[in-house]
Design a protein around this ligand. Structure first.
Ligand SMILES: [Zn+2]
Length: 458
């Protein structure tokens, strides 16, 4: 490792300059006017990977933006790791809120400011630099590597699912490493091993063919807003539990070890409340906030529509009402099953006075790499050496679509290693990455390649 670390430390300026070059491409995947920039960024990346010694480097077309693929498979008796990243970025607007131009990277007080620097260019590029160190110093990598850098993550990875299904053999590996998340606290190495899933629903109620006069019909005409409010209220009980029948049947309960790990995290609940201007947190009785955020399901109404909401008054009994809600799922809930159960339950809750329609569907499955998976201690050991700190294990409350794509098609353990600091303004103006974290990220990637050599996948 000494040669590798030495190489990385003596080449920091070159690596930073290359990262700057990569972030100068305005690879905004959502903007039609940037299609060429996205393609040029993919080409630049592929040429760079080719020059380092990776084999089978390809810019692979999709119906949208291309995927950059590269591999090196010459380590016999060593595992194969698929490394995922994305070279596309969020739009930089509103431009007037940036203190320096988003595609002209600049360092101020140890922070590199540029669109995409944290999400995700500065993270996946750390692996690229670690590989460069091995190729230069040893002429080989310690393990087999497949790199998949997509160009559509910021627009929902529209074509990734079909691509992964179609290239299952090409992408087959023993595990997936993904660095597109943040550390739990600044400088704190963080292994994220689980996500929540998502189901979305819309309820439409209709009680009459037309809106009615509340004087002529008030007192005996059913009101769809009242009915909708009662139905929504019935979705949770007073302990904050979701009342859809059998809803908790497949929920993976937290193990005592996980509970202890969550409780030991440097988390300041009062600071969070102040930050978002909230008096009190609510939710399912018997669980801590982090448990509720990461490992318990949640149901939230996102919007409600009905009746008269203009200024003044209108004596109306509306004919229709509508609400949208989402359910966050945890391992091992099946989104399809949950949606069907929610739909059946709402249809049953609706009184005969209302015509009800429940539409919606699956937004993604939850994902979990069990904590006892043998790859995790190796990853922890690698991060410990790179950051000189014991890493923490976290989950995320969000839904990461690419995870379900990978886990459904490839059935591999997926581990997320956050190399960016929290509050990096990803998706917002003045996105930044601590310069030091980029160098540490490259060293962490080097340690990961090194440690995973000893892994013997079952
Ligand atoms: Zn990202």
């Amino acid at each position: 490792m000494e040669h590798i670390l030495n190489y990385l430390r003596t080449h920091r300026r070159q690596h930073l300059a290359q990262l700057f070059e990569l972030t100068r491409f305005p690879s905004v995947s959502t903007a039609a006017e940037h299609v060429e920039d996205v393609a040029r960024c993919a080409r630049f990346l592929a040429d760079h990977l080719q020059s380092l010694g990776l084999t089978r480097v390809e810019v692979m077309p999709t119906p949208g933006h291309p995927i950059v693929y590269a591999e090196w498979l010459e380590a016999s008796n060593a595992p194969t790791i698929l490394i995922y990243g994305h070279y596309d970025v969020q739009p930089p607007e509103p431009l007037e809120l940036w203190n320096s131009p988003p595609f002209e990277p600049q360092i101020r007080e140890g922070e590199i400011y540029a669109r995409g620097i944290a999400d995700d260019k500065g993270q996946f590029f750390a692996y690229v630099k670690a590989m460069e160190a091995y190729f230069t110093e040893k002429g080989a990598l310690p393990i087999n590597v497949k790199l998949l850098i997509e160009g559509e993550e910021e627009i929902g990875s529209e074509n990734l699912h079909a691509f992964v299904q179609e290239h299952r053999a090409l992408l087959n590996a023993d595990a997936i490493l993904l660095s597109d998340t943040s550390m739990f606290a600044p400088g704190l190495p963080t292994i994220c091993y689980g996500t929540r899933g998502l189901v979305h629903c819309q309820i439409d109620l209709e009680t009459a063919a037309t809106d009615l006069h509340s004087g002529a019909f008030g007192g005996f005409a059913p009101n769809p807003i009242h009915i909708l409010a009662e139905m929504i209220a019935a979705l949770k009980d007073k302990d904050g539990r979701i009342t859809i029948p059998d809803f908790y049947e497949d929920v993976a309960e937290l193990t005592p070890k996980e509970q202890a790990q969550f409780a030991a995290l440097p988390y300041d609940e009062e600071a969070l409340k102040r930050e978002i201007g909230m008096e009190e947190f609510i939710g399912e009785t018997g669980f801590s906030t982090l448990e509720k955020r990461w490992a318990r399901p949640a149901l939230d109404v996102n919007g409600i529509l009905g009746g008269f909401t203009g200024t003044g008054t209108k004596t109306v009994i509306p004919a229709k009402a509508m609400a949208k809600f989402t359910i966050r799922l945890v391992p091992y809930q099946d989104p399809e099953k949950v949606f069907n159960a929610a739909k059946a339950y709402l249809e049953q809750l609706a009184p005969a006075a209302a015509k009800v329609s429940v539409t919606g569907g699956v937004g993604g499955s939850a994902y979990l790499t069990p904590l006892e998976h043998p790859i995790l201690p190796l990853i922890a050991k690698a991060l410990q050496q790179a950051y000189h700190q014991e890493p923490v294990f976290t989950r995320t409350g969000g839904t990461i679509g690419v995870l379900s794509t990978f886990s459904e098609a490839l059935h591999l353990p997926i581990i997320m290693v956050g190399m960016a600091q929290p509050n990096d303004n990803a998706h917002a103006p003045n996105e930044h990455l601590t310069e030091e974290l980029f160098y540490q990220g490259a060293e962490a990637a080097a340690y990961l390649l090194h440690e995973l050599k000893t892994w013997k996948p079952a």
